[in-house]
Design a binder for this molecule. Structure first.
Ligand SMILES: C[S@@+](CC[C@H](N)C(=O)[O-])C[C@H]1O[C@@H](n2cnc3c(N)ncnc32)[C@H](O)[C@@H]1O
Length: 377
């Protein structure tokens, strides 16, 4: 690898509405010079800090490194700026490349065209150096480059993650509308979970919320399940880098204690529950699964709990109405509990008998959602 003591500027990309959560998480994890930005969180460190963010962040979508910033008032300036970057430590003619671009208020207005100029600049540089050029792969590129062009200022990023970080690697199957693992971790943080209060998900589907909770409480780094990250495919990722990564993973494994409070997860659908059990087994966490209807949920006389739930949305209106009524009745019995409901429909808040103490605007894929947090009187 390039000198591992280089100080680099990294960028943890965050889904809309989750920036503060990602910032707080990175600060809690001890990353330096963490700042709040729209769309993501900059932080600084050597290369290993970038690897560590890939391994430890539960909430970021991707970890990228800033390669350059320059004025790009037109296609030529963009091409030249990208050619100035030394790409040889990252990509060789035997590796594949993908470039994507996001543009805002700039002279170049077509993102596909901008991405093409960036790609041309990279492959031309490598061809001039060695006579051969890398190919483009859309499906599974070895190296991913992002261009952000706003007000004619270009920022060029190189992605460390590879596949997006929500693909933890422990989930082999899912029900109809699984949550992204990163969103599940965001929900747990926004709900104010302390990692000690017993937790219940009465409509758990493939078990994402419950599994993410168990990993978090057990201090198990989510990236330890990943087969590999994007940076492991870079040209300069040699055997000494692989050794350093193995050592970092070993340190994180040693810090995982695997202890967590009681976590229960229910679902009415027995088949999806089997899938959730398999996922939990693959993640190595112990969750109490039970097939049950949400209307049968009762406080069991024990201490107050956190209930987190991602109810279905968008079935027939009358079916939704009936289900939300059942939820409101069952949840109304949970005196002293905190509830965090990811509501994809305004009907849910309307049906509840009391008002949320907090409300956060999130997106579940393309669907705008409210995370409603209640403290049941
Ligand atoms: C949106 S999915 C939850 C997805 C889950 N968060 C995941 O990541 O896979 C909603 C779940 O509610 C379950 N469900 C629907 N009606 C239910 C009911 N009356 N009682 C319990 N579970 C129910 C469905 O079987 C489905 O798995």
């Amino acid at each position: 690898m390039t000198d591992s003591h280089d100080q680099r500027e990294f960028f943890a990309s965050a889904a809309g509405g989750t920036e503060e959560v990602v910032r707080d998480e990175l600060s809690d994890l001890g990353f330096r010079r963490v700042r709040l930005n729209r769309g993501g969180i900059p932080f600084f460190g050597d290369w290993e800090e970038g690897w560590r963010a890939c391994l430890q962040s539960r909430t970021a979508q991707r970890i990228m490194v800033v390669m350059a910033r320059f004025a790009a008032p037109g296609p030529e300036a963009l091409y030249e700026g990208v050619r100035q970057i030394d790409w040889s430590p990252f990509i060789s003619p035997d590796l594949t490349l993908a470039v994507s671009a996001f543009l805002h208020a700039s002279t170049i207005t077509h993102s596909g065209f901008a991405a093409l100029r960036v790609k041309d600049a990279i492959v031309d540089q490598l061809r001039d150096q060695g006579g051969r050029r890398p190919d483009v792969s859309r499906e599974d590129p070895d190296v991913r480059v992002f261009l952000y062009l706003a007000q004619d200022r270009a920022t060029v990023y190189l992605d460390l993650s590879g596949e997006a970080l929500f693909r933890r690697g422990y989930r082999s199957g899912a029900g109809e509308a699984p949550l992204k693992e990163t969103l599940a971790a965001v929900i747990l943080r926004l709900a104010g979970w302390d990692g000690e209060t017993p937790l219940v998900d009465p409509m758990c589907g493939s078990g994402t919320l419950a599994i993410e909770a168990a990993l978090w409480a057990g201090n198990i780094a989510p990236g330890l399940f990943r087969e590999r990250f994007g940076f492991e495919r870079w040209a300069s990722f040699d055997s000494s880098a692989a050794q350093a990564l193995a050592q970092l993973k070993g340190e994180l494994r040693a810090r995982a204690h695997g202890q967590h409070p009681s976590i229960s997860a229910m679902d009415a659908d027995g088949a999806v529950l089997e899938q959730a059990k398999t996922n939990a087994r693959q993640a190595g966490v112990r969750i109490r699964f039970r097939q049950a209807e949400v209307r049968d949920l009762r406080p069991d006389g024990g201490a107050a709990r956190l209930l987190v739930v991602n109810p279905p949305y968008g079935q027939r209106l009358d079916a939704d109405n009936r289900l939300y009524q059942e939820m409101a009745t069952a949840f109304g019995r949970l005196s002293g509990w905190r509830l965090a409901i990811l509501a994809g429909s305004p009907l849910i808040a309307r049906t509840m008998a009391f008002k949320p103490t907090r409300r956060f605007e999130l997106r579940n894929g393309d669907l705008p959602c409210d995370l409603l947090v209640y403290d049941v009187p």
